[in-house]
Design a protein around this ligand. Structure first.
Ligand code: TMP
Length: 241
């Protein structure tokens, strides 16, 4: 870890990352662990190298988004599996955009996995494992104080902007960006992208074979989970060899 930043006490332990305080009160340290969770934490396994691969993919994607004008919490890499980020006040909602039908959309509405959507589809979910992250809408967010109308509008706009950057970026390396989940928070009064963008929180399919290169390999017991993440990292140019 960089000598200029001192790691402090643990602030929060999530399912795949641990968040630490540091000696700069405006910053936090994210530790990407090897833990891999599915079904809201019902199944957790250690997959070696996953923390490091995700830390690298996340840094690359966050920098790409930042360069495209999306405000993100990412500051810099600190070590193989740790990054320095701005300390945000997180909103308890998850923003999902889908380009191709998969996952809960298929279960909920009976549509076929793999159906190409005519336009990107936006959905909000409440971040609450005990309730299994139920789908919510703008009314729930306003009524229960999870966010303001302005934050709702900004989250939607930024999540679509991210699609406009990442869909072509992945297409260039032969990968379909099927769907992804983003989380936002507030820093200095501004809405900022937080959490992570890694194959743990999105769906990525090989464009030719439609092979899954994301956490569905774990959810569905397909094997080769970290190898698939490493393939994504290699194609992005963030993993050599
Ligand atoms: P879903 O099909 O389960 O609703 O998920 C859509 C996308 O969002 C998928 O790429 C996984 C991601 N996601 C998470 O990573 N965590 C979550 O809690 C939720 C609801 C979705």
């Amino acid at each position: 870890m960089s000598t200029s930043i001192k790691k402090g006490a643990e602030l929060y332990r999530g399912k795949a990352k641990t968040v630490y305080h540091c000696d700069d009160p405006t910053r936090l340290i994210l530790h990407f662990r090897n833990d891999t969770s599915a079904f809201d934490g019902a199944r957790i396994e250690q997959l070696s190298r996953k923390g490091e691969v995700n830390n690298r993919i996340n840094a690359f994607v966050m920098e790409k988004l930042s360069a495209a004008g999306v405000p993100t919490h990412f500051d810099r890499l600190l070590s193989a599996d740790e990054s320095l980020v701005k300390r945000l006040d997180m909103l308890p909602v998850e923003c999902v955009v889908r380009n191709i039908a998969a996952g809960s959309l298929c279960k909920r509405l009976g549509v076929e996995e793999g159906l190409e959507l005519e336009a990107p589809l936006f959905e909000f979910f409440l971040k609450n494992d005990e309730l299994h992250d139920p789908m919510i809408n703008d009314y729930h967010i306003r009524l229960f104080g999870w966010g303001t109308q302005q934050q709702i509008d900004e989250m939607q706009a930024l999540t679509f902007t991210v699609n406009g950057v990442l869909k072509p970026m992945f297409a260039e390396i032969g990968i379909l960006l099927v769907d992804y989940k983003l989380e936002f928070g507030v820093y200095d009064g501004e809405l900022v992208l937080g959490d992570e963008f890694t194959p743990d929180g999105c769906r990525l399919w090989d464009a030719e074979t439609r092979e899954k290169l994301d956490k569905d390999r774990f959810r569905r017991d397909l094997g080769g989970v970290v190898e698939a993440y490493e393939e994504v990292a290699r194609r992005l140019g963030v993993l050599l060899d």
